[in-house]
Design a protein around this ligand. Structure first.
Ligand code: CNA
Length: 257
């Protein structure tokens, strides 16, 4: 393991990016904090915020499918916070989309539900915890598109179906299974010569297994960037405990294109 905060690492990373053509990114909430969306477990994360404002049996309840069935308003209040302002992709989201245009991207697997990778123009994205793009009524199963429930999210008002059931965005809650496309990619891992894990505590299973399996199968050059340590840091070739955007702004300055 190499933990580094030095200037040299930016130059080295830019050289590795220039040589690579199959870059895989595994991203978590930390890539979007600079867009104004709090992460889960960071010091200013959702768990700490929710504990202050809502009386919950446990902080994760806001994303627990069983709790949602009886108390959907807590999740809608959280969504109001997430959608209170126009959220825009960060420098790093845009940097990744540039790598795709340069034909260097294998895939982005994101645990995020904020759709910022897609908003930045990246096409090869797998939202392994779902997203707000669509929603379903939990009673009759009717499908809703984002535009149909966007106002409810922005105002924190629970969206009801015409059958009176609650409309739940297609986000994977605790107690739900990940989409089939995640298991498909786990059984047919994308060839990777450079792996970045960005802004994830790597604590949520089974998503966290994806980058670990990529390392096992392809032994790519692997980099984790997170402002706190994770319990998997020792598996990575380079470990950077810094702000993600600052790292990529510096790397970008060294790139030849
Ligand atoms: P997490 O457990 O909250 O971990 C995020 C990590 O990022 C923490 O270790 C932070 O210290 C770190 N971090 C925060 N900001 C930065 C930064 N600017 N630079 C470097 N590191 C930073 O979140 P995970 O993604 O690991 O957990 C998976 C959950 C979070 C998924 O189910 C997501 O759906 C869920 N989530 C998503 C969003 C979103 O879509 N933006 C927001 C909050 C939670």
């Amino acid at each position: 393991m190499k933990t580094t905060d030095s200037w040299d690492v930016f130059e080295k990373l830019s050289e590795i990016i220039e040589k690579s053509s199959k870059i895989t990114f595994f991203t978590g909430a930390g890539i979007s904090t600079s867009a104004g969306i709090p992460d889960f477990r960071g010091p200013d994360g959702i768990y700490n915020l929710i504990e202050k404002t809502h009386k919950l049996p446990y902080p994760e309840a806001v994303f627990d499918i069983n709790y949602f069935r009886t108390n959907p308003s807590v999740f809608y209040s959280f969504s109001k916070e997430m959608f209170k302002a126009e959220i825009k992709p960060t420098f790093t989201h845009t940097f990744i989309s540039k790598l795709e245009r340069l034909k260097k991207l294998a895939i982005v697997i994101t645990q995020n539900i904020d759709m910022l990778h897609e908003k930045s123009g990246t096409v090869k994205v797998l939202d392994c915890h779902g997203s707000y793009k669509t929603a379903h009524c939990i009673k009759c199963g009717s499908l809703y598109n984002f535009k149909d429930f966007e106002d409810n999210l922005r105002n924190g008002i629970v969206r009801k179906c015409s059958c009176t059931g609650v409309v739940k965005p297609d986000i994977v809650f605790f107690g739900e299974t990940l989409p089939q496309k995640f298991y498909d990619i786990m059984s047919d891992l994308p060839e990777t010569d450079l792996l970045f894990v960005l802004g994830s505590s790597l604590t949520v299973q089974p998503a966290n297994i994806f980058p670990l399996n990529i390392i096992k199968k392809y032994s790519p050059y692997s980099v984790i960037i997170n402002n706190q340590s994770t319990c998997y840091d020792k598996l990575f070739d380079t470990v950077i405990h810094q702000d993600i955007d600052s790292v990529f702004k510096n790397v970008n300055m060294h790139l030849q294109y």
